[in-house]
Design a protein around this ligand. Structure first.
Ligand SMILES: NC(=O)c1ccc[n+]([C@@H]2O[C@H](COP(=O)([O-])OP(=O)(O)OC[C@H]3O[C@@H](n4cnc5c(N)ncnc54)[C@H](OP(=O)(O)O)[C@@H]3O)[C@@H](O)[C@H]2O)c1
Length: 308
């Protein structure tokens, strides 16, 4: 069969012949891959920079996707750490890490949306006791995950959602997706009274935002949960100590490990339904798997979805 295959951390995958996947226990299924997203996590595992990467070669990348199982059912699957990913005509999945999808869904749309969509969905459901009526700030709102976070927060009943980013022109588009307010990082003090921050950026912008926000807070004893989800601006952030002393700031993370796999899986059906029903706007671009090398380095705002 044909697959995208990586032989080193330093070069894009090559589309070539690869041995067929084999199921090794009763929970495993050999499935046909219909669509698989090229996410930041996919790239980070492939270049060795993600904490969950295996470091083993040859590596077929692809951390998730929409597949057809041997009984003909469509499934969305999240793979465990493996060197046999979804960027292939066929792969092997653990059925317990998948959810059955209704027939007729668009595999490309689901494959594009689930990874970025899950980030805010799981954070709000599993990392904070989020309640309708609360106020949310999304830091890094112009990306795929950030723009979905705005929509997910509204879907969950947020009273006020503020979309923050570095580019005012790109932020302007978020009002149409439900953002009540937008602001660039230099105006982040306007988001002082939120209850939850969904942070996709981290690094200097996150650290620099904390003091202006906390200083302008009407009640500094009111809890503020800062959920670290992505690190587009830096893996580390110089968080000022006074931020933790002067206000009721809780910093937590949301991702593989801080949320158990079973909790991620439990949230998948509802997110898939929201995407299928059109409750969440998705930017997807289907690309043939044969073009994986070019897609790997493409500069696009759309989430690339590889189709074998
Ligand atoms: N933990 C989880 O569960 C989970 C799940 C999915 C994704 N993630 C992580 O979330 C992050 C975002 O993913 P995505 O799919 O939204 O990526 P994306 O579509 O590429 O968007 C990247 C976002 O980061 C912003 N950004 C990039 N570099 C920046 C910088 N130096 N300073 C400030 N902002 C910067 C971009 O702003 P511009 O629009 O101005 O370029 C954009 O808003 C990634 O780190 C990803 O790994 C985590």
């Amino acid at each position: 069969m044909r697959a995208a295959v990586l032989s080193t951390f330093d070069a894009p995958p090559v589309y070539r012949d690869h041995p067929e996947p084999v199921a090794t226990d009763d929970n495993e299924l050999v499935v046909e891959v219909l669509a698989a997203g090229l996410h930041h996590l996919t790239r980070a595992k492939a270049d060795g920079s993600h904490y969950s990467g295996t470091g083993a070669f040859p590596l077929v990348p692809g951390v998730d996707g929409v597949v057809r199982d041997p009984s003909g059912q469509l499934r969305y699957v999240v793979l465990d750490d493996t060197s046999f990913g979804t960027f292939a005509e066929r792969t092997v999945i653990d059925a317990r890490r998948s959810v059955v999808l209704p027939e007729g869904v668009d595999p490309v749309r689901i494959a594009a949306a689930m990874n970025p969509g899950m980030s805010s969905w799981v954070a709000l459901r599993r990392r904070v006791g989020f309640a309708p009526g609360q106020r949310v700030l999304v830091v890094g709102a112009t990306g795929n995950a950030g723009r979905m976070a705005v929509q997910v927060a509204k879907l969950f009943g947020a009273a006020h959602v503020i979309a923050a980013g570095r580019d005012a022109a790109r932020l302007a588009a978020l009002s149409a997706l439900g953002a009540d307010e937008t602001c660039t990082f230099d105006r982040i003090g306007r988001a002082a009274d939120v209850d939850v921050v969904l942070d996709y950026v981290w690094g200097e912008p996150a650290a620099d935002a904390m003091i202006p926000m906390l200083a302008a807070r009407a009640d500094r004893t009111a809890p503020l949960t800062w959920i670290q989800i992505g690190s587009m601006a830096g893996e580390t952030a110089p968080v000022p100590s006074v931020a933790l002393r002067s206000a009721r700031l809780h910093i937590v993370g949301s991702g593989i490990g801080s949320v158990p796999a079973r909790d991620f899986i439990a949230e998948l059906p509802a997110l898939a339904a929201a995407v299928t029903e059109g409750a969440i706007d998705v930017r997807a671009r289907a690309v043939p798997l044969a073009d994986v090398a070019r897609a790997w380095t493409a500069d696009t705002d759309d989430r690339i979805v590889l189709v074998p």
